[in-house]
Design a protein around this ligand. Structure first.
Ligand SMILES: *Cc1c(COP(=O)(O)O)cnc(C)c1O
Length: 236
């Protein structure tokens, strides 16, 4: 990872400039897109840097790693789970995270509802949709999104804020662009059909954030461009 806070700031300025530039080109206001600092595989210092810079949230993809780092990080920082979650870890996830972005099955929804209810808390969630139809990615299939959302809306302790997707890895940038456009159209459809508001579209990472902003992303999840490359990237 970037070793000093000054190096981190320089990287963060670069990412903020990329987001601003993409917003300008898309005719969107710069404050429509938030930056989630993805601290996975990096030490707890990474979360502290993000907080000091003024970023309110960090993203982690493993429950265990967050359990180790969160106690060391600034208490006001919010934590998002962005990696695949097994139902048997729902309780731990409900303890540790302020929002779970990777909800992709009815079984997981129900496990999170039980865990949130037992803790008398409201848990914010996003539904992860495999909008790129990528066999290598987790996420509910687009055809199942409506049923999953209906179930989610019936859970008193879960609050669905929107949708999340990860674009398939590809040399061809139009693949990511199409995936993001698809997620937005799924979102627009669901809002109309079920008469709900799904403001959050979590899409875009270090390599494809400009395309995501062009297609309506409200939250880009950035690791590498902020903290440098990871030793060995665990599969998302
Ligand atoms: C690791 C990860 C990211 C960040 O990826 P970078 O390419 O390092 O910016 C974003 N989203 C998810 C779900 C991830 O697992």
């Amino acid at each position: 990872m970037q070793t000093t806070y000054e190096q981190f700031c320089a990287a963060a300025e670069g990412v903020m400039a990329q987001i601003a530039d993409a917003c300008d080109r898309a005719g969107r206001a710069r404050n429509e897109v938030a930056l989630l600092a993805v601290t996975k595989t990096h030490p707890a210092t990474a979360a502290e840097y993000a907080w000091r810079y003024g970023l309110p949230r960090v993203g982690e993809n493993r429950v265990q790693e967050a359990a180790e780092k969160r106690p060391l990080a600034p208490p006001g920082l919010k934590w998002d789970l962005i990696g695949h979650l097994q139902s048997n870890k729902a309780k731990l996830a409900a303890d540790l995270f302020d929002r779970v972005q990777s909800v992709d099955s009815e079984k997981l929804l129900l496990a999170l509802e039980r865990a949130a209810a037992a803790r008398s808390k409201q848990l914010a969630i996003l539904l992860q949709i495999n909008a790129g139809n990528d066999p290598a990615k987790f996420g509910a299939e687009p055809e199942d999104a409506e049923r999953l959302l209906e179930t989610a809306l019936r859970q008193p302790h879960l609050h669905v804020e929107g949708l999340m997707t990860i674009a398939p890895l590809s040399e061809d940038p139009s693949v990511a662009q199409r995936t993001f456009a698809r997620l937005r159209s799924i979102r627009d459809d669901l809002q109309t059909r079920l008469r709900v508001s799904l403001p959050e579209l979590s899409m875009g990472m270090s390599g494809d954030l400009a395309a995501a902003v062009a297609e309506g992303s409200t939250l880009v999840r950035v690791g590498t461009a902020l903290f440098g490359s990871r030793p060995s990237s665990p599969a998302a």
